[in-house]
Design a protein around this ligand. Structure first.
Ligand code: SF4
Length: 439
């Protein structure tokens, strides 16, 4: 690998020093942003017709590859290479199927102020940057990311902080982008300091792909800034076990040694990681480096991603090969982010085969079919939301806060009399309404 790095550096600038390689600012300055530079640095040449389509593709969603990530590409077999596929444009991105959407997760509809997405009750996503060192071809936020004309400025960020400050239900803030670690240490420090002044913000999370695409961004100075604002959690985005290099291991170590819990969110991508063996290797390498595999995402319905999508069955097959076959904490939750903005929906193989009054029939990962005998008598704790009198003795001040059950949890709730959840605007509901009007 050292030879390859040397070769890339020399091609970028014959007078550059090899020590520049680990300088993240040098890396950013020399990101590969056009096809000719890619060709010059890799020796790969594209036919004129393909080149034309590639140019058209990057006009739609920009190209940017860090020299570090470029060095991971196997140029002898680049068409099958997982790093090439994730970083280099494909003319397939120009094909937009009718079910694909610009904003498949309807994030814009859940945005009370620019930069904030408030979908779940107690947490928000806070976009503090919309640029990245590398533009992942499978990015779900293609509509925003890379648009240098709409980089959130200080005023916009202050508005987001104000919204969080004025919304006491928010206890968890996820800083996202783009990549938040594209911001300078000082600027990040300022944002984190402002957020830490808000008493109800318990946890701050940072979503970044830097340990994967530019691990040198994880400097001692950056880690010292993050450490000041604990509890800080970091989620990263490794999709393939070969991305866990010596450099990325070093970056992960710095973060973990600073007491930052690390998680990984992979996206299931056709031709990149849609293989149980690859995913098992990935999760093992992650936990070896103190990173908990957190989510495995089904690829979203963003425009131009049909070539990356697998059937859901592939994800179930991967989960089947992980659950029980390896340590529980190495198994991510496989989720489909509901198109239209319903949030993450977990999916997994079926383990519950049948159920009687007091017996459950289950199967395990080896195919053993077993029964679990439920208790003959059980006295459930009736919950009237009065935690101070509850036999389970929570006895915490926070227990006084108002709790509102939603969804199926609302139907299961002792405190709530709702007996069914009925979608609005069905013909039947409209007939009922008409009848009411006639009476
Ligand atoms: S780092 Fe994240 S936000 Fe940036 S292009 Fe990749 S997937 Fe999209």
């Amino acid at each position: 690998m050292y030879g390859k790095q040397q070769e890339i550096i020399e091609k970028i600038n014959p007078r550059a020093l090899i020590s520049n390689w680990k300088n993240w600012k040098w890396q950013l300055k020399h990101c590969i942003r056009d096809i000719s530079t890619f060709e010059n640095l890799t020796g790969i040449k594209f036919e004129k017709s393909e080149r034309k389509l590639l140019e058209k593709t990057i006009a739609k969603f920009p190209l940017s590859i860090t020299p570090y990530y470029l060095s991971l590409i196997d140029t002898d077999d680049y068409r099958n290479d997982p790093f090439f596929k994730q970083s280099f444009p494909s003319p397939m991105e120009l094909i937009v199927d009718k079910y694909e959407m610009k904003d498949p997760l309807a994030e814009d509809k859940d945005s009370p102020v620019p930069g904030i997405i408030h979908r779940y009750p107690d947490r928000v996503l806070f976009h503090i940057s919309n640029i990245c060192s590398m533009y992942c071809r499978h990015c779900t936020r293609k509509r925003k990311v890379g648009d240098v004309d709409s980089i959130p400025d200080r005023v916009e960020i202050l508005k987001g902080i104000e919204y969080i400050n004025n919304t006491p239900a928010i206890r968890d803030v996820l800083l996202s982008g783009g990549d938040p670690l594209m911001l300078s240490d000082d600027y990040l420090d300022w944002i984190l300091t402002e957020l830490r002044k808000i008493p109800h913000v318990e946890v701050i999370r940072i979503g970044t792909r830097m340990p994967v695409v530019l691990p040198y961004r994880i400097t001692d100075e950056l880690v010292a800034v993050l450490k000041k604002h604990h509890p800080i959690w970091v989620n990263t985005h490794f999709n393939h076990p070969r991305a866990i290099t010596e450099s990325s291991k070093e970056a992960l170590k710095k973060l973990a040694d600073a007491g930052i819990p690390l998680g990984n969110q992979s996206v299931l991508l056709a031709g990149v990681n849609d293989c149980p063996r690859i995913m098992k290797k990935l999760v093992h390498k992650l936990v070896q480096n103190r990173v908990r595999p957190y989510y495995l995402y089904q690829c979203d319905l963003s425009e131009g991603l049909s070539h990356f999508r697998t059937p859901v069955g592939k994800g179930i097959e991967i989960m089947e090969s992980l659950i029980g076959h390896t340590s529980g904490f190495a198994v991510p939750t496989y989720v489909i982010d509901a198109p239209g903005g319903g949030g993450k929906i977990p999916v997994m193989p079926n383990y519950l085969i049948s159920w009687s009054t007091n017996k459950v029939v289950l199967r395990n990962y080896e195919g053993i079919i077993t029964t679990y005998k439920e208790p003959d008598s059980y006295e459930p704790v009736f919950c009237d939301r009065n935690c101070q009198d509850c036999k389970l003795q929570l006895k915490l001040n926070e227990a006084e806060e108002k709790i509102k059950a939603v969804g199926v949890a609302k139907l299961l709730d002792d405190f709530d009399d709702t007996i069914s959840l009925i979608p609005e605007n069905t013909d039947r509901m409209e007939r009922r309404a008409d009848r009411r009007d006639d009476e």
